[in-house]
Design a protein around this ligand. Structure first.
Ligand code: HEC
Ligand code: HEC
Length: 161
């Protein structure tokens, strides 16, 4: 009987050890905007958002907004060797491509010096410009356009007088 008790204890401890070791070798990953699962688990990638549905260029919500891209950019290569965007948007190509030229701000360097080519700061276009798609926003936001902010400010001022 005594032996039986000891051997069950050893088995129980061993099982506990396995469970703990399992937890340690494959801990849960934090849940973020998509579920974390465990560290070693491969989660399916989220679906790629649909193509842009814009018809022509879009109004900017405030004067310095980087305009959204009104066309598809799937598979456009932008790396150290080649920049597909500039084959249409550079100073030299824009007219023939019928595309708006990158604005003059893109030719200013870090210390505000005027450059002949697009500044390296502005080389990776999609850091700032993105196509507008029908993707559901991942997090809510309370963005208001410049007009909305201004109208509300003026209204508050009038009411205050
Ligand atoms: C084949 C030529 C071509 C390529 C390549 C191209 N574009 Fe365009 N892009 C255009 C044209 C043409 C327009 C204007 C579309 C219109 O007027 O409807 C445009 C419009 C835009 C606009 C809107 C500008 C505004 O003032 O509203 C942005 C931003 C833009 N493109 C960014 C990009 C970026 C970033 C890339 C690379 C990832 C890129 N484009 C690649 C031709 C191109
Ligand atoms: C650091 C952010 C940033 C990067 C990177 C950037 N842009 Fe812009 N872009 C802006 C902003 C902000 C504006 C609007 C204000 C302005 O003109 O400076 C703009 C304006 C534009 C416009 C509209 C020009 C016009 O006169 O209507 C085009 C086209 C454009 N960018 C294309 C590009 C392309 C192509 C690249 C990559 C070579 C690029 N941008 C990289 C921020 C950026």
């Amino acid at each position: 009987m005594k032996w039986f008790a000891i051997s069950s204890l050893v088995t129980a401890l061993a099982l506990f050890g396995v469970v703990v070791a399992d937890e340690l070798s494959d801990p849960p990953a934090p849940d973020g905007l998509r579920p974390g699962g465990t560290i070693s688990e491969i989660q399916p990638a989220p679906e790629i958002a649909g193509e842009t549905t814009l018809q022509g260029r879009m109004e900017r919500n405030w004067p310095e907004q980087p305009p959204v891209i009104p066309h598809n950019i799937r598979d456009y290569q932008v790396d150290a060797r080649f920049n597909r965007c500039l084959t249409c948007h550079s100073r030299g190509e824009a007219v023939e491509a019928g595309a708006p030229m990158v604005s003059v701000s893109h030719f200013r360097g870090r210390n505000d010096q005027v450059l002949l080519a697009v500044s390296p700061d502005r080389y990776f276009c999609v850091q700032c410009h993105v196509p507008q798609t029908d993707a559901e926003p991942l997090v809510g936001n309370s963005f208001r356009t410049a007009e909305q902010v201004l109208t509300e400010m003026l209204k508050r001022q009038e009411e205050g007088q």
